[in-house]
Write a protein that binds this ligand. Structure first.
Ligand SMILES: Nc1ncnc2c1ncn2[C@@H]1O[C@H](COP(=O)(O)OP(=O)(O)OP(=O)(O)O)[C@@H](O)[C@H]1O
Ligand SMILES: [Mg+2]
Length: 234
């Protein structure tokens, strides 16, 4: 059984349909990327998993349907979410931003905090700093760290490299790779940056106008130059 099964998922904003019959499975321990250009439906897919969009079809975590559950229950079931342009509290400290992430997991705050700070030592070093004064890469780590404060079994990260300088892409990729290798955490990211997705993910789904057009391993898609050219012009 896959960790996460998405089955014929369609998503709607009022009458507008943003996802059409999307099906995919994510195995435990995998790193998966959804790639696609603006408006392809990447964020909608993550928001659908989080119970924030009207959907038809099914989304199952360890065989249990998440559809119709409130977001708090979905988080408690084991889904961590680092949304795009994470709404960090700019004038709160790094530490307090992390603690906000623990609001549904009050039992193990100390354990979760030390796990997150071990993983991203910079967050411990800068615990008292306001996030507004951090670099983009550090803020991305706070955002991911905050999502980890509930000790999820799958981590969703929407466009981890967006707005960051290319020189910190590697730091983010390394952090996510280490998280996966050291804890076995399953990771689902979205990306417009194909190269970033290819270096990080093992499985890739290419989305276009609310559908999955192509799926394969990173190795398969790396070979597929025509595909990269068709979707991304390079
Ligand atoms: N809140 C909303 N209300 C109405 N339509 C929306 C809403 N959010 C997204 N859409 C539409 O749904 C479609 C998919 O958008 P989505 O944000 O999921 O794409 P995306 O792949 O995440 O794009 P980007 O790379 O720009 O973040 C688009 O046509 C978009 O206009
Ligand atoms: Mg998006």
């Amino acid at each position: 059984m896959a960790l996460l099964d998405i089955d014929k998922l369609s998503a709607f904003y009022g009458k507008a349909q943003a996802l059409q019959d999307v099906s995919l499975s994510i195995a435990e321990g995998d790193i998966v990327a959804l790639i696609g250009t603006n408006g392809a439906g990447k964020s909608t897919l993550l928001d659908s998993i989080m119970g924030q969009v009207t959907v038809s079809g099914d989304i199952r975590l360890k065989g249990e349907s998440l559809v119709g559950k409130p977001t708090s229950k979905i988080v408690a079931a084991g889904v961590g979410y680092a949304p795009e342009r994470a709404n960090l509290f700019a004038h709160m400290s790094v530490r307090n931003n992390l603690l906000v992430g623990a609001y549904t997991a009050r039992d193990n705050i100390a354990d979760n905090l030390s796990r997150v700070e071990n993983l991203f030592p910079v967050l411990a070093e800068r615990a008292g700093q306001e996030t507004s004064t951090q670099s983009g890469g550090e803020r991305q780590m706070v955002s991911i760290g905050r999502a980890l404060m509930t000790n999820p079994s799958i981590l969703l990260v929407d466009e981890p490299t967006i707005g960051l300088a290319p020189k910190v892409f590697n730091d983010i990729a390394e952090a996510l790779r280490r998280l996966n290798a050291e804890t076995g955490l399953t990771i689902l990211i979205t990306e417009q940056n194909v190269n970033f997705a290819l270096t990080l993910a093992r499985h890739i789904h290419v989305m276009e106008t609310g559908r999955i057009r192509v799926s394969g391993t990173a190795d398969e898609l790396r070979e597929d130059a025509a595909l990269a050219e068709a979707y991304f012009g390079h």
